[in-house]
Every structure is written in structure tokens, then in C-alpha cells.
Ligand binder design. Structure first.
Ligand code: HEC
Length: 411
């Protein structure tokens, strides 16, 4: 069947010769564009724009400018060189007929101008893109090639390096934040998940989930200098401000492991009854309280001195990150099996759910606590929430499966 569509450009004399276009032809011609823009017009790479659902007149103008080299891009200038006006009409009719990626974004969210701004990212943030195997830096949206399944990441306190785990290759990638250069790929234990850097910036802890141990990386030599055996399924860790202790979530079920960092030894396990597989953890500003997220749908508030679980609170389904805002006002957690994040007021213990899209996992507040960043894994966006209103300010399109976000100044 042949589908023809009259374009909305009849009034524009410049393209009067393309007054009608053939969507079906356009689809065939678009096969050469598909490698980059996707046959559905949704590109898989953060550097290549989506074309689906874009206004046809706009697309025509861009292709003509590329062809005339009044808009310069080495790739697109070559691509457009051989296109006739008819090709342009067909191609643009096809791409503009497709459903836009932003159709998934709730209408309250502005879809224009969705790039990160320095106002929204007063300190740099880094997002690990699991399926794209990349790390993306905000603001700037610079993308660095990493290893398979880039999962968790952490920044050194001086902001100069980012470490990211690759569980399927049992390695940790170390990037120079100046230019994204890979400084090292360090082999650690089995299935490395969470990574954290000590407050003095000297070492990093990597939780090896399948080998029940922590790899200790020396950040001067970029080598593993110690291995600390723990209980089953260590997933992530958190150092205290003085760096003397680190708490490790033991997803195998035991609770939270307490590590004496000087002795490089687990000295205690704090059980957390009521949690199903402790997954991620953060501490209150005074280091006295732990907020622990499990893999099911709970967070636990644990008094670290007594080792008592003060409260178990139900949140969204599936595992997720957890963060205590640097000002201590709230605790936020993701829920990969759900569409909302939960924000808990630490004083009143009131909880507010914020709809963000499909599969929110990573959550971090900015250092000044004004913003919350959420990696929405299945929608391939990073949601930026203004904590003054608890409303989404923006959704930023990123590569496939954004899993974790780290923020300088909020370890
Ligand atoms: C090798 C990768 C590649 C291929 C193949 C490719 N493009 Fe592009 N295209 C790009 C990149 C990269 C940009 C962004 C250029 C820039 O930053 O100015 C772009 C930009 C565009 C734009 C401008 C979009 C905007 O929002 O301003 C249009 C329209 C476009 N391409 C159409 C096409 C069409 C039609 C084809 C096939 C005939 C095609 N492209 C093939 C990589 C590609």
C-alpha cells in the first residue's frame, strides 16, 4: 500500500516543488539515516538528535542548510550532498510522521531546551549509562566510552577522577574528569557493584557482590592494595566523615557490615530485621543514623550506636539508590520497578512520592540540596527536581539505561 501525505508547506514558495511527499518512499530512503538517527527516528546516542515527530518545515530547512553548507557538520554535509528536493520532502515527511520520543514525557514537563544548565548543576554530576557502556558528565553532557555495563560510579573529593564499575568484566574504570581519558582499568573481585571514595581521597572501596569481599584501591597507584572479606552479597558502602569506619550493605541478608578502615577488617555486622536484601546506604550528616534501602520496597532507619532499627518505611517497588540531602532535610530513594521516587522528611517522617517515569534507580541531591537528580533507567532520561517545589524542572535525554548518578560534594 502506498501512503501519500500532503505536507503543510503549500504556502511556502521555497519548497513549492515538494508540495507533496511520499512517506513510504521516505521510509525506504531513511534506511541510510537509520544507523545514526534510528529507523524510528529516535537516536541511540546522546550526540545525535532525534528526528521523530520533529516539525517537517524545520527538518527541510536543516537538510537544505546542510546541503548548502550554511550549517556545518562534517557527517551531515556529506549525507545531504546528494539529496534531491524530492528526497528531502520524502525523508522529512517520514520522520515528522513518527511518534516523538518526548511523547513518553508527561505534559507538565517542558520538552524544549532540555539540556543541563550550570544553574541546575552547580557541581558536576556523573551518570553511568549501563547499556550504552558510557559515563556522561553534567553539565556539558560530555559522554565518555567505558566498559560493559557501566553501573555504579563515584568521584574523588578533588573532582579530578571518576571511578565506574563494570560488573560483567570484573573491573573498575578510572576516568580523568578533564577530558574523559581512561587512566586505568583495574581488575577487582567478582561482580563489582557499588564504589565509594574515602573522604581523604586516598582509597576507594569496591563491593564485589559475587565474591563477598571489598577490593581496596589505592588512588595514587591505581592498584588493588587489600581485599576485605565480608558476608554474602556486598552491594555498596559508605565511609564516615572521619574515614575511620565504612558501612557495607550485605544484600545476601546479613545486614550492614562495619569495617574498620585502618585495620581493613569487618569488625561487626548490624542486622536489619524487616529489610529484604540491604542494597544501598547513606548516613545522616552526624554519621549517627544510617538510611538503608533494600531490593524489595523498604527503607530502614538504623541507629548506628545501638545497632537498633528505629523504623521500616515502605517505598516504591524494586531496588534503588538512596541519598540523604547534604542539609539533612530529606532522604530520597528510587524504585526501579516503579514510576516514582520517594522523598522522606527526616524530621516529620512524612513521605512524598514524585512521579518521574519508568524505572527510577539512581538518586542524588546537589551539594546545596536544591536539586535532586534521578536516573530514570527505562526512559533514558535524567530528571532534575527542584526541591523548593518538589516538581520536575526538566528531563534530560541521555543514552541507554542511566543507572547511577554521583555528585561532587555529596558522596
Ligand atoms: C553517521 C551518522 C549520521 C547519519 C548516517 C545521518 N545523520 Fe543526520 N545528524 C547526525 C549528527 C551527528 C547530527 C547533529 C549535527 C550537528 O550537531 O549539527 C545530525 C543532524 C541531523 C539533522 C538536524 C536535526 C536538528 O535537530 O537540527 C537532520 C534533519 C538530520 N540529521 C537528518 C538526517 C537524514 C535525513 C539522514 C539520512 C539521509 C541523516 N541525517 C543521516 C548524524 C548522522
Amino acid at each position: 500500500m502506498k501512503i501519500t501525505a500532503y505536507t503543510l508547506v503549500l504556502g511556502m514558495t521555497a519548497i513549492a516543488s515538494t508540495a507533496y511527499a511520499d512517506i513510504e518512499q521516505g521510509k525506504t530512503k531513511a534506511e541510510v539515516c537509520a544507523a545514526c538517527h534510528g529507523l524510528n527516528g529516535i537516536s541511540a546516542s546522546p550526540e545525535i538528535p532525534n528526528l521523530a515527530g520533529q516539525k517537517q518545515e524545520y527538518l527541510i530547512n536543516q537538510l537544505r542548510s546542510f546541503r548548502a553548507k550554511t550549517r556545518l557538520d562534517p557527517t551531515m554535509n556529506v549525507m545531504a550532498e546528494s539529496l534531491t528536493d524530492e528526497d528531502i520532502a520524502d525523508l522529512t515527511a517520514y520522520f515528522s510522521s513518527l511518534a516523538a520520543a518526548s511523547a513518553k514525557v508527561p505534559e507538565t514537563v517542558p520538552t524544549h531546551n532540555n539540556r543541563a544548565t550550570p544553574v541546575e548543576f552547580p557541581e558536576p554530576a556523573y551518570v553511568t549509562l549501563k547499556k550504552a557502556a558510557e559515563v556522561e558528565k553534567f553539565p556539558g553532557e560530555l559522554v565518555w566510552k567505558g566498559g560493559p555495563d557501566m553501573l555504579y560510579n563515584a568521584i574523588t573529593p578533588d573532582g579530578k577522577r571518576v571511578l565506574a564499575t563494570s560488573p560483567s568484566s570484573n573491573t573498575v574504570y578510572v576516568f580523568d574528569t578533564k577530558n574523559g581519558e581512561q587512566l586505568a582499568v583495574i581488575t577487582v573481585g567478582k561482580a563489582p557493584k557499588g564504589v565509594k571514595v574515602s573522604p581523604d581521597g586516598k582509597i576507594a572501596y569496591v563491593a564485589n557482590e559475587a565474591s563477598a569481599e571489598i577490593s581496596v584501591i589505592d588512588l595514587d597507584t591505581l592498584a588493588v592494595v587489600a581485599t576485605i572479606p565480608v558476608e554474602k552479597g556486598p552491594h555498596n558502602s559508605r565511609f564516615t566523615k572521619d574515614g575511620k569506619l565504612a558501612y557495607v550493605t550485605l544484600q545476601g541478608g546479613a545486614g550492614i557490615g562495619v569495617i574498620d578502615t585502618k585495620a581493613a577488617k569487618m569488625i561487626e555486622v548490624i542486622p536489619v530485621p524487616g529489610l529484604k536484601g540491604p542494597h544501598n546506604i547513606d548516613l545522616s550528616a552526624d554519621d549517627k543514623t544510617a538510611y538503608v534501602r533494600d531490593i524489595a520496597n523498604h527503607i530502614a532507619i538504623v541507629d548506628l550506636k545501638s545497632g537498633k532499627t528505629r523504623k521500616i518505611i515502605k517505598v516504591g517497588n524494586g531496588h534503588g539508590g538512596i541519598d540523604v540531602s547534604p542539609d539533612g532535610r530529606f532522604v530520597v530513594t528510587g524504585a526501579i520497578g516503579d514510576t516514582h521516587i520517594s522523598v522522606l522528611n527526616t524530621k516529620t517522617l512524612n513521605m512524598e512520592n514524585i512521579e518521574v517515569g519508568n524505572g527510577p534507580h539512581g538518586v542524588r541531591a546537589s551539594k546545596d540540596s536544591q536539586w535532586i537528580y534521578v536516573t530514570v533507567t527505562k526512559d533514558n532520561v535524567v530528571a532534575v527536581i527542584d526541591t523548593k517545589t518538589m516538581q520536575i524542572k526538566k528531563k534530560i535525554s541521555v543514552g541507554q539505561f542511566p543507572f547511577w548518578v554521583s555528585v561532587l560534594g555529596n558522596p
